[in-house]
Structure formats: C-alpha cells, structure tokens
Ligand binder design. Sequence first.
Ligand code: MN
Length: 285
Amino acid sequence: MRLCRFPDQRIGLVDGEHVRDVTAALASLSAQRYPFPAHDVFIENLPGLRAVIADAAQSAPALPLDEVRLQSPVANAGKVVAAPVNYKKHLDEARADAEIHHQNRIAEIQNVGLFLKATSSIVGPADGIAVRHPDRRTDHEIELAAIIGRRADRVSRKDALDHVAGYCIGFDITVRGPEERSLRKSIDSYTVLGPWLVTADEIGNPSGLDLHLSVNGETRQKANTRDLLIDVPALIEWASSYYTLMPGDVLLTGTPEGVGPIRPGDVLDATIEKIGHMRVAVRAA
Ligand code: MN
C-alpha cells in the first residue's frame, strides 16, 4: 500500500498514476483530547485501518498523481533519528574533503552514535527546500527512511523489522560547518520525506534497494542499501537501546557517497527501488 498526504489534511492511496482520496478512513480513529499524543496516531493504527482505506478507495474519485501536491507522508513524527556516515565510501569521501569534515573528527558510526534532527525540519516534496545560509555550503544527502509503526523499547535485531510501518525516500539536507549535526541539519525544510509511505509488506527486506539522486539531471549519488555499514534492523536495535521509538518516528539510515552542494534554482530527482521517485525544488529562504 502506498499512502500519501496532500492539502488540506487529506490522505491518499496511490494507485498507479492516480491518487484515491481515502481521508474518510480517518473517521474511524478515536477522537483525541489535550494533551494530544506525541506520536503519529494514523501510523499507529495503520494495521487496523488498511481494510477501511481499501474500502474507501473503491468509491473515491481518482485524482491525477501529477496534480497532487505531495506533503510529508508522516504528519506527526515524534523524533527523527539519523545515522551519520553509514556507508564506507561516504566515510572515505568525508575524511578526504575538508569542506565536508570541517576539521570535525569523522569517526566511524559505531563511535559517533546516532543523532536527532528537529521534527520542524520535515517537509514533503511539493514544499521544496528553502536554503537559509546561501553563503555556506549546503549539501544533498539521499537516504532510505524507515517509519516506525509500533512502540519499540529495547528490541532485538531479530524483532526489529516487525516495528516498521513502511519506508519512504528521505533527504538529510546539511549545512557544512563545525557545529553539531543537530543544528546544521535541523533547518526548516532540511528533512524532506516522500513521495509516499510504502508499507513494509511491499518492501520486504530493506537491504538491497538501489538509490539514485540527480541534481539538474546530473547523477550525484548512486548506491545500494546493501552497503549500509549498520543495516536497518541493527539501527533499530541500537536506537531503541537508548530511547523508545514510537509510531511515526523516522529513522534516516545514512547517505552514500556522492554528496555535493545545492543552490536555489536546483531541481533534485530521487529514486529508491520499490518506493518510487520524487522531484524536489530548491529555493532561497
Ligand atoms: Mn545523513
């Protein structure tokens, strides 16, 4: 199942080149009162909603996909957990390029640990990326994003994938510089999620997926998730050994080699196998 979000608070089931508006399925969620849950209630309830969504799609009009403004498929992420330098060749390029490492010690991920990005940085492909510090180098990073579906507190690698609702393409846009990653990567619009959430059953094993990113038609990043140093189940085991992962939490699994600068006016095209393609425009903030 491929689920998207679009204005105004609509949920869509992606069906080939069309989107079926299945927002009516949200009516079966229980009403929430203050203090509202700090996680994503739609994603939490997705297992039970699937039949309702499929039903609603039967009678929903088909909107042309290319006319739908795709927003982040996750509305209420509680946190964005991200893996730094999780591909060997990206580790090598980061260590070799002073503009990337900025005298920061680029250590292996096992020593650095994971970092968190502000959820206020999340946007969808139609929102685009708004560059805030045009005087500084700002880079693209394409990453496989796993969306947590079930509360995960100290789960083992063996059980980890049972806690994933689905996957999408993620951009971890980054200002290069000496500051902490959480500052440089948390600027508004610097976490792009899209084009939709593909439920985990359609992906199966998240290792072995081709990733591709081009800027203005020129290939920049081309890799495969089988080359992750720490794979998705191990990332979930590791993250959940420190904090509980909740439905809607986003896990950015790290970017492969080929990172490079983006500027206002650029157009990014990203594809991940079994997920799809998204186009994202870059503008000045
Ligand atoms: Mn990254």
